[in-house]
Structures are given as C-alpha cells and as structure tokens.
Design a protein around this ligand. Sequence first.
Ligand code: FAD
Length: 393
Amino acid sequence: TTARVVVVGGGSGGATAARYIARDGAGAIDVTLIEPQRIYHTCYFGNLYLGGFFDYDDLGHGYTGLATTYGINVVHDWAVGVDRDAQTVALASGASVPYDRLVLSPGIDFVDGSVPGWSVSAQGAMPHAYKGGTQVELLRSQIAAMPEGGTYAMIAPPNPYRCPPGPYERVSMVAHYLRENNPTAKILIVDPKDSFSKQALFEDGWNRHYAGMITRIGPDMGGATFEVDPAAMTVTIDGVVENVDVCNVIPGQRAGQIAFAAGITDGNWAPVSAYDMTSRVDPLITVLGDAAQQGAMPKSGFSANSQAKVAANAIVAALTNGRQFPARYANTCWSLIDTDDGVKVGATYEASDEGIVSVDSFVSQVGETAEVRAATYRESLDWYQAITTDMFV
Ligand code: FAD
C-alpha cells in the first residue's frame, strides 16, 4: 500500500520536504502539499527589493514543477485543523485529508499585543512586511512616497524571530534607497533588544555608507517602552511622541496558527526532536522551520531547508524501511549593507538529546577588503538560486 504524507505550508521547509519525500519515496509514498498561495514570494531578498536590487516578480515561485515533475498533489487551501487521533487534516474548504505522517511548516504568526497600539488590522497603515507577499510592495511604495527629509521608523522585534539579521539588513537597504532618492531623510530604529545579529558589522557599514542617517534607540534609551498610533502616524518612546512618515512594525512572533490547532506547542513554538524534527508531543507530526523549537539554529530559510532534508530522509526511511542518516544541519545568513558590501554569519550543527547544537561557526569581519565583501554578496546570489531550485524545480 502507498503511504500518505501530508505537508502543510509550501515555503522553505514545506516545499523542500514535499519535493524530497516525493522524489526519494516515489512509488511508495503519496505526497499532498497544502498551501493557500499559488505563488510563494520569498522573504529572503525582499530587503534587496526594497533597496532596488531586485524586482518583486524575481521573488515569486510557483508550484507547477512540484506537481508535474514529482507528482505531488498540490492543494491551494488553508489547513484549519488537525485531528491527531483520526490522523486527518481539515481544510478551509471543508475537505478532510488523511495522513500517515504529517509535516507542518507554516512559518510564523504574530504575538497579539506585542506592539502596543498595533494589530494586524493596522498593517495597511504600518506594514510589517515580515511574511512573504504584497506587504513588502506596500512598504516600498510608502518609502517612495516619503516627503523630503521625512522619517522611516522601524519597531524591531524581540527574540526569537525569523531571520535575526533581517531587520538590520532592511535598515541598510532602506538607507541605500533613501541616500539615492531622499538623502536628508532619517531612519529611526526602536529596538527592545540589547544587541542584535552581526551588530558590529552593520554599525560599521552604516557609519561608512550612511553616516548621520540612522539612529537606533535600544532598551537603555527607552526602546523597550513604546507604543504606536497608526491613525496619527506617531511612535511614542518613553513618553516622547515622534511623528513619522513610514512605520515598519515587526511584532513579536510565534509558530503559525496550525501548530496551535494541532495541540503540539509549548509556549510560542512547537518543540521537536533534534534527530529528525518530529514533534515531542506526537511522533507522527514533523515540524520544520520557524515554527519549530529545535535548539541552536536561527529561524531562517536556509535552516528550514536544511531541516527539511533531514526530516525527509527520516520519513522516507521510516515508511520504506530505508536507511536513515545521522542528522547534520547547516545555516548561513547573508546580508547586503550597500552595493557589493555583503556580510555573512553561519554554522554547522548536529543533534543531541537536549536539541540541535552548533559544531562550527563563522562570521564576516569588520575591515574585510572590498573584494571579499563582493564575493560574499555573489555567494548570496548563488544561494538564492540554489535554495529556490531545491524547493521548486
Ligand atoms: P515559510 O517559508 O514562511 O512558509 C510557510 C508557508 O506556510 C507559507 O507559504 C504560508 O502560506 C503557508 N501556511 C501557513 N499557514 C498555513 C495553513 N494553515 N495552511 C496551509 N498553508 C499555510 N532566511 C534566510 O535563510 N536567508 C535570508 O536572507 C532571509 N532573509 C529574510 C528577510 C526577511 C525580511 C524575512 C522576513 C525573512 C528572511 N529569512 C531569510 C527568513 C525566512 O524567510 C524564513 O525563516 C523561512 O521562510 C522559514 O521557512 P518556513 O517553511 O518555516 O516558513
């Protein structure tokens, strides 16, 4: 008999898992991928779109290859519930899809109330642009419409959140755009965290390329005591009201809603085994990517793709009596600070009973030559090509 694997979420983790399970389990495993969007727009390189280095359409990828090349049954719908006893997934359409193994890779949702004054209903006035899709187009048009000398504010998220350097690469790319188009404009970062990823590299780059443009208010200066008013377009920091022209609110984050509906979360995330990414609550459910609480890996597309390959191998091995290889994971997060000024941070990982642990790590250094930085940027372009091929082609 053919085993049924259902994958919820066709992003970095889910598309990769569906593709590898269908490919390596061909003939023995039937794969259904549930994903509401027909085109997946990557969050990665969305900041480079804001900087003018990429077109929006360059970020979009469709599911035809997964359906035609690998025979994956792609269903464009929302999963709204999981019945773990019956082993079925309920869809918004009312359909019920049975599974032998279920993979959840739904990405993130936002923590309600994490930014006082903001809710998802205010995302038109104050976009997050922190999930794939048209929010980033809205943010770009708001930046383009800023008055001369206006202010772009960012409310940076508390830990943990997807793509630790993402907000700061975004600041770099917005600064790049403003330097070309609105050079007297200002950028204000309100940040509840004491420190952030690649901080020395970003601050060095901001001084070299965008001197005087960027101010970051950390918790010592009131950056953890703020509220926003989307109707008035104000940010209040420690009682002081600032008028802003754009306000990019990146709220606190939690696992995508379907992980809560499945009853496999603990706090904001879904704990998993580091050996194969199976849920610690239900071994028939695998959780990948941002939604998983796995240990030391940052929440990134690279991480989700890496986890998906380990999980796909474990699922195919379990369902076909095949060989399961020891879990090895990797991640690199590249960021572009200005034209050809790329930096990176990364590590390799392995499994332990306590969670995924780092084995080796590396990070770009302040003061590297222009050639090294340009080569780092080119690596990131190659990575984008490689991961989107690994997910969709
Ligand atoms: P996603 O890729 O978000 O996929 C989740 C999918 O699930 C979505 O397509 C969604 O529609 C679907 N879904 C959700 N709920 C349901 C449901 N109930 N039913 C059906 N489908 C559902 N990572 C990097 O590695 N490198 C980078 O340079 C990088 N840059 C980034 C820049 C920005 C601005 C941002 C915001 C993120 C960046 N990331 C980067 C992080 C990366 O985008 C995420 O970590 C990664 O996409 C996580 O993969 P995932 O599979 O967990 O979720």
